[in-house]
Design a protein around this ligand. Structure first.
Ligand code: RFL
Ligand code: PHB
Length: 406
């Protein structure tokens, strides 16, 4: 792209790239603190809302939604889960997450709904989000004049800023703009995917997510409300959605659950069906001069354990606190938070990576699982549901590890 003299110049304090949950939540927390931010998003609002992803929120994420004044939706429609169910060897076992963690819970409330609530708050406050921005690029984040350039409606725009927040997901431009050698990437790609189906039918297990291990592969029963269900089955990563009729999906799901639950599943036409590959990924560090990465831009977890969106929220918690401290709170300004952001965020990220990797390894059928591997998984699961110590490890990771305050 050539940059012409007609470039329109604008300025903000924090330029946020990406209007997914990370970018929108950061924008809202900064707005509440009186810090000016503009969000640049390459897709349309409908496209962003059409991506069906996460469904389970940790308490710290729900608390952040309240802190950002967007908690009304989750309070009214979120469904609190006190336990988690594991199916293996054809039997279902409940784990009392609430009891094992001294009263902690998770809440079933969709990423779509979180995003919708944040978008509504942003537009009610009259804040700027530039949707359908083209050719977004980031500049001089290791120098003194950081800026974001993009095209909107055929016009070149340069957004000058103090900081750039890279909230632009795994395929975004921010991490990709960091010079090779300045970033270390750790990655594990799994040899299967998840086929997900959304349907307007009552969930088979409204009070707990069900994670299933079977010789046929992994399965998951989740929900978006008391009338909308979200189910998944492990599938070959190169399968096509077209290979999976609704009937084939429901038949396969039933075969992977215990007979009682299988019997109770209410089926209906799918309203969304998609295949997601599974990956573990971490980029270190998460700060490059005045560019900060947050959420999926810096890390990916396989969805087993429901940590992706929650990690995005904890990054944003650390980053917003750091920026608020930098611009001054109660008359005091400090760069301490921005200097330690990467280290603090990564400490929590690696623990969630470990949990998601472990639960993925325990629950899925791998090419080399075989009959012996299947028995090993079942033996570990048997131990897990019968040992209070082992169940507590699962429970405290599932509800979310604490945020560190400093
Ligand atoms: P997102 O949601 O990918 O948003 C990034 C935004 O940036 C935009 N973008 C750009 N904008 C401008 N210029 C560019 N060059 C850009 N490039 C990209 C994109 O259009 C997009 O709007 O990242 P964010 O905000 O960090 O949020 C992360 C979460 O979306 C993700 O971690 C979760 O969805 C993961 N996840 C789950 N997380 C949970 O905590 N609980 C769950 O139950 C859970 N279930 C899931 C999941 C992810 C799944 N998939 C499909 C991977 C279930 C699945 C199936
Ligand atoms: C979901 O509801 O989409 C969901 C729930 C739990 C997971 C992953 C996804 O571990």
């Amino acid at each position: 792209m050539t940059f012409s003299a007609q470039t329109h110049q604008i300025r903000t304090q924090v330029a946020i790239i990406g209007a997914g949950p990370s970018g929108l939540l950061l924008g809202q927390l900064l707005y509440k603190a009186g810090i000016d931010a503009i969000i640049i998003e390459r897709q349309s609002p409908d496209y962003v809302l059409g991506r069906i992803r996460a469904g389970i929120l940790e308490q710290t994420t729900v608390d952040m939604l309240h802190e950002a004044d967007v908690g009304a939706g989750v309070s009214a429609e979120g469904i609190v889960h006190h336990s988690i169910d594991l199916v293996f060897g054809g039997k279902r076992h409940g784990i009392d997450v609430h009891g094992l963690t001294g009263g902690k819970v998770v809440t079933a409330y969709g990423q779509t709904e979180v995003t919708r609530d944040l978008m509504a708050a942003r537009s009610a406050a009259g804040l700027t989000t530039v949707y359908e921005a083209k050719d977004v690029s980031v500049h001089d984040f290791d120098g003194t004049k950081p800026a974001v350039r993009y095209q909107k409606d055929g016009q070149n725009v340069e957004l000058a800023c103090d900081f750039i927040a890279g909230c632009d997901g795994f395929h975004g431009v921010c991490r990709a703009s960091v010079p090779e050698g300045a970033v270390t990437e750790y990655e594990k790609v799994y040899p299967f995917g998840w086929l997900g189906v959304l349907a307007d039918v009552p969930p088979v297990s409204p009070h707990a997510i069900v994670y299933g291990n079977s010789e046929r592969g992994f399965s998951l029963c989740s929900m978006r409300s008391l009338t909308r269900s979200r189910y998944y089955v492990q599938c070959p990563v190169d399968d096509k959605v077209a290979d999976w009729s609704d009937q084939r999906f429901w038949d396969e799901l039933r075969k992977r659950l215990d007979p009682e639950l299988a019997e109770q599943i209410i089926t209906g036409p799918s309203i969304e069906k998609s295949i997601a590959p599974l990956r573990s990924f971490v980029a270190e560090p998460m700060r490059f001069g005045s560019l900060f990465l947050a959420g999926d831009a810096a890390h990916i977890v396989p969805p087993t354990g429901a940590k992706g969106l929650n990690l995005a929220a904890s990054d944003v918690k650390y980053l917003s606190a750091a920026l608020i401290e930098f611009y001054g709170k109660d008359g005091v300004t400090s760069a301490a938070g921005i200097n330690t952001y990467s280290q603090r965020a990564l400490a929590r990220i690696w623990k969630a990576e470990r949990f998601s990797w472990w639960l993925t390894s325990l629950m899925h059928r791998f090419p080399d699982t075989g009959a012996f591997g299947q028995r090993m998984q079942e033996a570990e699961l048997e131990y897990l549901v019968n040992s209070q110590a082992a169940s507590t490890v699962l429970a405290e990771n599932y509800v979310g590890l604490p945020l560190i305050s400093k």
